[in-house]
Design a protein around this ligand. Structure first.
Ligand SMILES: Nc1ncnc2c1ncn2[C@@H]1O[C@H](COP(=O)(O)OP(=O)(O)OP(=O)(O)O)[C@@H](O)[C@H]1O
Ligand SMILES: [Mg+2]
Length: 267
């Protein structure tokens, strides 16, 4: 029986869709059967990140009982399947987004991991992802504005009793003015499980409508996504790059997110 993981943040543009797609690739590379679902109903763009402009059957049709979730699945070129979203041009009829949970339950028999890419708005759309998920990964960036939204997302998840696996800290420049990992963990009470640097290759990949983690050289962001994917399925990904070996030789300190992953895995 598979697991549904919601990729959440209630701030726009922090990297939810990027995370969903990147993890989709790296989980599939590690042998898992993976399905991605666009849970951003009002501004869907998961499929667009992969070059699919308007999926014929979308989450919208599934929620409106016009299609079965199995019939909405598209096979991607990147090792995972997806159910894309479509812009709702029907201004009169809004489906009950909270039905998402019951609509996708049976898919757990077909997939090891189902990732839902959430909407940034704190309304029924985000709640639909929360309620349909067994666990959540919260995406944030290291600045106060985003952190305040992150704190709110965590509060709501706790109220709804949906377990949070941890935080993905995205678009990190490694500058002194950014919030530190310690500050973020202290304020949120949630462990950081991955630190994704700001990486121009991610922007380039999006401009080419392909995942940045697919068949590409192992940049720091790609390796971190691989490590996070391995952690999520109870495995370990070891970074064999020469530069990492060199770094480990001179700097013995293990990164906090690495320690967190190991601690969580041993629990
Ligand atoms: N680590 C990163 N480094 C550089 N650019 C990034 C990184 N992560 C995401 N981006 C870029 O940031 C932009 C927003 O990313 P994305 O669409 O994944 O955010 P989102 O949280 O899903 O947004 P929305 O809330 O609108 O759905 C995209 O241009 C994406 O390529
Ligand atoms: Mg998005």
């Amino acid at each position: 029986m598979g697991e549904v993981i919601g990729i959440l943040s209630i701030k726009g543009g922090v990297g939810k869709t990027t995370t969903t797609v990147s993890l989709g690739v790296t989980l599939a590379q590690q042998g898992k059967k993976v399905l991605l679902i666009d849970g951003n109903f009002s501004a869907p763009n998961l499929a667009l990140h992969l070059g699919i402009v308007q999926p014929e059957v979308s989450t919208y049709d599934v929620l409106q009982d016009k299609a079965n979730a199995l019939g909405a699945i598209i096979e991607s070129d990147y090792g995972f399947d997806l159910i894309g979203g479509r812009l709702n041009r029907d201004k009169i009829f809004y489906p009950n987004y909270l039905k998402l949970k019951e609509k996708i339950q049976h898919l757990k028999y077909h997939y090891d991991v189902i990732l839902i890419d959430s909407s940034p708005s704190l309304d029924h759309e985000t709640l639909a992802t929360m309620m349909a998920s067994d666990k959540l990964l919260i995406v944030t960036t290291p600045d106060h504005a985003t952190l305040s939204c992150t704190l709110h997302a965590i509060k709501v998840a706790k109220q709804k009793k949906v377990p949070i696996i941890g935080i993905i800290l995205n678009k990190v420049y490694g500058k002194k003015f950014e919030l530190s990992l310690d500050q973020i963990e202290k304020l949120t009470g949630v462990p950081i499980l991955a630190v994704i640097p700001h990486d121009i290759n991610i922007l380039k990949a999006l401009s080419e409508l392909r995942p940045s983690t697919f068949k590409t050289k192992e940049t720091d962001s790609v390796v971190e996504y691989k490590k996070l994917a391995a952690f999520l399925i109870g495995k370990n990904f070891s970074d064999r790059r020469f530069k990492t070996k060199l770094k480990n030789f001179f700097f013995k300190k293990v990164p906090k997110q690495e320690v967190n992953r190991q601690l969580k895995q041993s629990q």
